[in-house]
Design a protein around this ligand. Sequence first.
Ligand SMILES: [Cu+2]
Length: 153
Amino acid sequence: MTLAALLGISFLGAASALGYEVSAKGVRVIDPWTPATLRLPIGNSVYLTIVNETGAPLHLTGVRTDVARESTLHHTLVDGGIARMLRINEVEIQPRETLKLEPQEMHVMLTELGAVLTEGRTFPLTLIFREIGEVTVEVMVERATAQQPRPRP
Ligand SMILES: [Cu+2]
């Protein structure tokens, strides 16, 4: 068994848009990423995809990372052409359902970051589920203008 398999990390190859995923405790977390920041940001968003492969509903109740003082779940609402962000306390994911956190949609909001996020670096992000506890993934910092993650080498 390889180290990657032991860690539950698989690399699907550069040809796939889904280059990185972590499988743990019955969930798959695919391509966690965030855009780079040019200076110390007030806030920044993290995007990722979660697949519930357990046989029961899961509830994502929180997120945590060392790079920001606060990490919360947000949803974006566009009302009269003005985008507003609302905090979400938890998100339910039904069995075999895929939850996508994407630009202009649901996202992880990092606030009071402690450092500039430079392209190419990674940092750990812990997802907290009520039913199965914590799952930690590595977030890739993409180009500042990115709208989606690039395949990881
Ligand atoms: Cu937000």
